[in-house]
Structure formats: structure tokens, C-alpha cells
Design a binder for this molecule. Sequence first.
Ligand code: ADP
Ligand code: MG
Length: 281
Amino acid sequence: MYEAFYGLREKPFTILPDPELIYWGSMHRMAFTMLEFGVTNNAGFTVITGAIGSGKTTLLRYLLKKLSSNVTMGLISNSPQGRHELLQWILMSFSQPFEGDYPTLFKRLQDFLYRQHASRRRTILIIDEAQNLGSDSLEHLRMLSNINVDKHQILQLIIVGQPELRDLLLSPQLHQLAQRISSDFHLQPLNESEVANYILFRLKAAGATRVMFTLDAAARIAEASGGVPRMINILCDTALVYGFANGHQTITADLVADVIADKQQYSILPLQKPSKIAKYL
Ligand SMILES: Nc1ncnc2c1ncn2[C@@H]1O[C@H](COP(=O)(O)OP(=O)(O)O)[C@@H](O)[C@H]1O
Ligand SMILES: [Mg+2]
């Protein structure tokens, strides 16, 4: 709605994960390196954790796009409950038939993995939002990963989730799984200068040809968002709406302060506490 007013081609701060539009700050670069390392080194289990909106799914989508053609990748983003449902979703993610009782499905997965191995194809299963799986299903994943050929694990797993996943993996029931994790990374929020660069990057990608957010405005957004990309997007998008409504082509710190104050009052967004941002006000 405001694109024409600012001379933009498209909305710069959509909240859908877009692998074409990644700002490669140090955290996202390191997390992706870990993912790639896990994939190329045949790591049994790779774990990526990070807060809601920190960019985990975006990185996974990028990985899916970049994978070489001799890899078959299955992705599960919901939270199957119980081992039968989990196995069904795993088969479904590999486009295999998924009806039957548990032993039938287990045999089907085993046969599928053997066929993959025989035709020199690697098989990787990605579980997104894995914090919702619960320890029984995670332990079950470890058991499924025991399907092997000549002692080589032939199903690689990438497990991605919110910080609770880390706690879950540290619990005593999952000790055996934790021991098999060969690469793991926790995605931290962007720091203040990265937030400013992130905002610039997304604006440029949407066609901006001038500075649209002042540095002070970016600093306030950094503070209130806690450096989490999804929160940055929401604050920036709202700031652009406010600027448009008031006829301001440049987003200033004062305008951002209004956005933050309104969000704190009227919205359920988990913004950082006002006391934390007070030094900017
Ligand atoms: N490195 C990044 N570059 C560009 N946009 C990002 C980046 N990280 C996250 N985002 C944006 O933040 C939002 C949330 O990202 P998402 O991958 O869904 O987070 P998560 O899966 O961790 O909850 C999306 O709009 C996404 O485009
Ligand atoms: Mg996600």
C-alpha cells in the first residue's frame, strides 16, 4: 500500500521466510556453515536452535535450494505425536506410501534407505519446530537413525527448534541422542550495527535508492526487537505505515518511538521492556 509513496518495488519487510533474501550477518553465516558441515560430513545429528523469528526456517529453505542432486531431503514442520505418526510423516516427507501398521512402515523406511544407499544417494531428514516433538519422539528418531549399512548411519538428521529444544536435548532421557550430535549451533540475535545493516539490506532489495531509516531509528528498532529479525520486520513495516500516513518519507527515531509505544500499549508482541529502551527516549 505504501510502496509507491516511498518509491519501492515491493514491501521490504514481509514476515515469510524467503531464501532469496538473506542478510548474511555473522550468526546466519555461522549457522549455515554448521548446517553445510553437517550435510557434507555425513554427520548423524545436526542441531540448530534459536528464538522464534530468528531465521531458522529461512536458513533451512536456503539449504534445501542449495543441496546437490544426489541428496534426498525430507522436511517435517509440524509436530507428529507418537512413534507411528512420526514414522508416517517421515515416509510422507520422502514421498513414500505411509499407510500400514508400525512394523510395515518401519520395514518400508528401512527398504527405502537401503535403496537410497545402493543407488549412492544420501538421505537427510529435517525436523523443524522440533521442540514440540517431546522427548519420546526425539528418542524414537535416534532409534530410527540406527538403521545402518556396515555400521554407517544412512539416515542423517537435522533437528531445528526453539531454545526449549536445547533443554530437552540436555535431559537425561536423551543422553544417547545428545552424544550423537556432531554439529550444533544456537542462532543469537543480531547486534545493533547488524540490525541497521539488515534494515538497509532489505530496503535495498525492495528497490530503495536512498537512506529511509535514520541510524537513531535503527538503534531504537534494534533495542525494542531484541535483534530478532521477525520483530525487526514487524516494527519496520509498521514504521513505514506510520510514515506513509503522516507524509514522512524518512523514518526517524521519534516516529519509531511512536510505533513502539503503540505496540506496547495495544499489541501482544513480546517487545523488550520499556526500561530497556528508555536510554534512547
Ligand atoms: N538472515 C536473514 N535475512 C533476511 N531475513 C531474515 C533473516 N533471518 C530471518 N529473516 C526474516 O525474519 C522472519 C522470520 O524468519 P524465520 O526463518 O521464519 O524464523 P524462525 O524459523 O527462526 O522462527 C522472516 O520474515 C525472514 O524473512
Ligand atoms: Mg521457523
